[in-house]
Write a protein that binds this ligand. Structure first.
Ligand SMILES: [Zn+2]
Ligand SMILES: [Zn+2]
Length: 103
């Protein structure tokens, strides 16, 4: 079974790590490796992980996960941490815009 998402995201934080960072102090950077952009979104993987992504990488990750799901026979991917299945991006991941509102 394919696992989501993360194989292209290098510096994902655990929930505890994310909670320990004072984000009011500095704008978080995109978690993608080699990406220097400021993050536009916060993504919560149902409590298993948290990560930050810029607009571009959110779109890329969503697309990649959708493709992965489309390719599996079961129509599902599982969380890399807890093995919880998801049939859509939003079933496994909660996306919050850092400029306010949900994406
Ligand atoms: Zn990025
Ligand atoms: Zn999980």
């Amino acid at each position: 079974m394919e696992q989501f998402p993360m194989d292209t995201v290098a510096t994902a934080l655990t929930s505890a790590e994310a909670a320990a960072v004072d984000w009011s102090d500095a704008a978080p950077k995109c978690s993608h490796r080699r990406c220097e952009r400021t993050a536009d979104y916060y993504v919560d993987q149902h409590g298993c992980r948290d990560f930050f992504v810029c607009e571009l990488h959110l779109r890329r990750e969503r697309y990649r996960v959708a493709e992965m799901i489309a390719k599996t026979k079961s129509g599902r991917v599982v969380c890399v941490d807890c093995k919880r299945p998801a049939r859509t991006w939003s079933e496994g991941l909660h996306t919050v815009s850092l400029s306010g509102g949900a994406a």
